[in-house]
Design a protein around this ligand. Structure first.
Ligand SMILES: Nc1ncnc2c1ncn2[C@@H]1O[C@H](COP(=O)(O)OP(=O)(O)OP(=O)(O)O)[C@@H](O)[C@H]1O
Length: 347
């Protein structure tokens, strides 16, 4: 097991840069998500890691071995990596066990060892009873589990996932998340997981790289990214919340109730303003004008477990809060903002 390093990696297609000087240190055994909107370059990074694409500049290393730079390109087959795709990519004419065993056949692993490893892989993904079936006789989730099992029979150091749950319905996705988690714990392999679904990335990964237009916006634990986003774009991409203008505060710090209320009310007079993120769970409704800020309800939307309340502050800024009870459109209330996180930039 070795660390996977992307060192100032760049990628251009026909002279157009799609990955701009990306550096990431992925520790051995980590579960890393590459997260970002469509077209940000996630799949291109995965394809460079897999060896399907070369790099235009920079270097990819696995431990001491250089996998890719402008001069070196280790082929896909020679990298100790497994891969799981959105489309499963199973052989339709092969049974489950034949599909799983195929990479071992290619590696000319002897029959006895092959049978043993197939049985272990079937056990990990809990498909022992399905070994003799064809892919067409399986559900989408079961097919993806076959693809998972096939990715691990060669005992790879690293497994690359390209949106593996994208074709599955919501219910199945959450049970597959459980499978991935257990799979990671049992194999101990390093996992690099591409997704555009922030909830999936947050629940699975221990480190998340958020990308936008080929640039790394932030790299950290799910908690860091949720609680301490650098930019307003990221704050809106991960979870829900409101970005407000307040009288200037230093970036990257929490501001609490009294100071926050004061600076919010002073934002109109202030020469310089800062952007802060307020999460809806950090807002409560108050009976008192002494502690609360006046707001008017713009919209109230039922969400099952709660209501989303879109509010307008007296200076016209919009604020999202949650409520257990419905509030009438146009009605006036007071809210307490318990804390806000000051952002480095708005973009
Ligand atoms: N072979 C190629 N030739 C030219 N441009 C490409 C090629 N592959 C990808 N691109 C471009 O590179 C950019 C990043 O694409 P990529 O597929 O990596 O994004 P992504 O984040 O994985 O998107 P999605 O979530 O939609 O799959 C896009 O603008 C895309 O059009």
């Amino acid at each position: 097991m070795a660390r996977l390093v992307l060192d100032q990696v760049q990628k251009s297609f026909q002279g157009e840069k799609v990955i701009n000087s990306l550096s990431l240190n992925i520790e051995a055994g980590a579960f890393v998500a590459l997260l970002g909107p469509s077209g940000c370059g996630k799949s291109t990074i995965l394809r460079m890691l897999a060896g399907f694409e070369n790099v235009s500049a920079g270097e990819i290393r696995h431990g001491d071995q250089c996998l890719s730079n402008v001069e070196v390109h280790v082929s896909t087959e020679a990298r100790p990596f497994g891969m799981v795709f959105q489309s499963y990519a199973l052989w339709p004419h092969m049974t489950v066990e034949e599909n799983i065993g195929y990479p071992l056949k290619v590696q000319k692993i002897n029959n006895k060892e092959r049978v043993k490893r197939i049985a272990e892989a079937l056990d990990i993904v809990q498909l022992n009873d399905y070994a003799k079936r064809l892919p067409a006789q399986l559900s989408g989730g079961q097919r993806q589990r076959v693809a998972l099992a096939r990715s691990l029979v060669t005992e790879p150091d690293v497994i690359l996932f390209d949106e593996p749950l994208a074709n599955l319905d919501k219910h199945l996705r959450s049970s597959m998340e459980e499978t991935f988690r257990a799979f990671h714990q049992r194999t101990g392999a390093t996992m690099v997981y591409v997704t555009h679904d922030q909830a999936e990335a947050m629940s699975l990964a221990d480190q998340v790289a958020v990308l936008k237009q080929g640039e790394l916006v932030q790299w950290g634990t799910p908690q860091e990214i949720y609680n301490n986003p650098k930019t307003a774009w990221l704050a809106n991409f991960i979870g829900r919340g409101s970005v407000l203008n307040i009288a200037e505060v230093p970036p990257s710090k929490y501001i609490y109730q009294d100071e926050l209320h004061e600076r919010l009310q002073g934002s109109d007079r202030a020469g310089v303003t800062s952007h802060v993120l307020v999460r809806p769970q950090d807002i409560t409704f108050s009976d008192s004008s002494m502690f609360g800020l006046p707001v008017v309800v713009k919209q109230c939307i039922y969400r099952g477990e709660r209501y989303d309340i879109e509010l307008l502050l007296s200076n016209g800024q919009a604020l999202l809060a949650y409520s257990d009870v419905p509030l009438m459109q146009g009605s006036s209330h007071f809210v307490v903002l318990h804390q806000a996180w000051s952002l480095e930039s708005k973009s």
